[in-house]
Design a protein around this ligand. Structure first.
Ligand SMILES: Cc1cc2nc3c(=O)[nH]c(=O)nc-3n(C[C@H](O)[C@H](O)[C@H](O)COP(=O)(O)O)c2cc1C
Length: 408
């Protein structure tokens, strides 16, 4: 199976690269002189590429195949961050021509162009007499051909650079990504490979993060939580009040889901749901629960363990009436987490409930419950980019809060 990996340039690849570019097929196609293809000339080329990359003008990668052999180079050049565009250029060593490496490498680097580099257009040009290159480009399912009239400036620039008449094609972000996603859905090997790469290369705990002074800790955990919550809001954390509630079922198996925190005070953390939902039933079987907040933008996690207390009926009713019409209507159906056989059933049932609510009848769902988690342990975790994370745990012992630092 053909496979490629794109690897940043290094001077140590110069010898292999020089061997590949010295063949007349590659040298002529690229219009290179003899001196460009020597090892020294290739080192010069690599150093130029690295400089250009530093300046944000190019993104160039060596193509390695499934046998970890260097087989060519693919480059996004003339990156224009204002126009969000660039040009693409690829060469593959002659022994590897016609084996399908070129489209694999193109798909990989174009994905990077449109996602990581934020570009919108990637131009692909070729000299009019370079029929081989044109044929390869025409086969790409996501390319728009012959756009010279739509992008006259780009066309002119290209012809001036290579000093010859050229054709111009373009790859547009949406068209490419649609093709890419469809290929991934079909289990296409290019995209699955790329998705795995994305998983491996996804970054975690990228700062800068706020500082956390452990010698200025408040006496109560809810006070520190409120400080951290405010910091999350100030920094623009999305949905800072979303948290994971973990419960256990009658067999002791854990379950978890995201909920919205409704309030926090000296008694604990509040959320609302139906007591007849799965979580509601699990809570009535075992009131020991955990809450987890994670605010990635500021590298902070808060973990709360405690026991559940239910609020009085009138407080529950008030909370229910504060909810939006559709949220109330859905709850009134009383079916959360039971199997829905057809989406139309939901629409029909909802219309009915919404009608009743619109008549301003103060209908209360009797099982709607505002729950409070009375905390027994609260841990504050502050990420550090060097992985020397700071952890502070508050534990409720004999009526007071004890504070400890924890090893990261
Ligand atoms: C951001 C977010 C907020 C949510 N807020 C609530 C909520 O406040 N109350 C609720 O019952 N479900 C909420 N849900 C839905 C729950 O995650 C869950 O699907 C639902 O409560 C059923 O869970 P259960 O089957 O364990 O009872 C929310 C989901 C998300 C993603």
């Amino acid at each position: 199976m053909r496979k490629i990996t794109l690897v940043p340039h290094q001077v140590k690849y110069a010898k292999e690269m020089s061997l590949l570019t010295s063949t007349s097929e590659v040298k002529d196609a690229l219009g290179l002189q003899e001196e460009h293809t020597t090892v020294e000339g290739t080192i010069g080329f690599i150093e130029f590429i690295l400089e250009q990359e530093k300046a944000g003008k190019q993104y160039s990668r060596c193509i390695f195949n499934e046998n970890e052999k260097l087989i060519g180079v693919i480059t996004l050049k003339d990156i224009d961050s204002d126009k969000r565009s660039c040009h693409i250029g690829t060469w593959i060593g002659h022994p590897y021509w016609g084996l399908g490496y070129n489209p694999l490498a193109k798909a990989r680097i174009l994905y990077t162009a449109f996602t990581e580099l934020g570009l919108g257009y990637v131009f692909a040009g070729a000299k009019v007499d370079n029929i081989r290159s044109q044929k390869a480009q025409e086969k790409l399912p996501y390319i728009t051909l012959f756009v010279e009239d739509d992008f006259p400036e780009e066309h002119k620039k290209l012809e001036a650079q290579v000093n010859a008449p050229c054709i111009l094609h373009v790859i547009e972000k949406e068209k490419f990504l649609t093709w890419y996603r469809e290929t991934a859905n079909l289990g296409g090997r290019i995209s699955m490979e790329d998705i795995r790469k994305m998983i491996r290369e996804s970054k975690t705990l990228v700062g800068p993060f706020p500082s956390f002074h452990v010698n200025e800790l408040p006496d109560y955990p809810h006070e520190l939580f409120l400080e951290w919550f405010k910091a999350a809001v100030d920094k623009g954390v999305h949905e800072p009040h979303a948290m994971t509630l973990s419960t256990t079922d009658p067999n002791g198996s854990p379950d978890a889901r995201v909920l919205i925190m409704k309030d926090v005070d000296q008694h604990g953390w509040y959320f609302a749901s139906s007591s007849q939902s799965e979580k509601g039933k699990q809570i009535s079987g075992n009131p020991n629960v955990a809450l987890t907040f994670y605010w990635s933008l500021i590298g902070r996690q808060v973990r709360i363990r405690g026991t559940i207390v239910e609020m009085d009926k009138d407080i529950n009713a008030k909370d229910f009436l504060k909810r939006g019409t559709i949220a109330r209507a859905i709850t009134l159906l009383g079916k959360q987490s039971s199997i829905l056989h057809d989406q139309r059933e939901l629409e029909e049932a909802l219309t009915n409930e919404i009608e009743k609510i619109k008549q301003d009848l103060p209908i209360i769902y009797p099982d709607w419950t505002l729950y409070r988690v009375n905390p027994l342990e609260v841990e504050f975790w502050q990420a550090d980019e060097d992985r020397k994370h700071t952890r502070v745990k508050y534990t409720f012992v004999n009526g007071t809060w004890k504070k400890d630092l924890l090893w990261p």
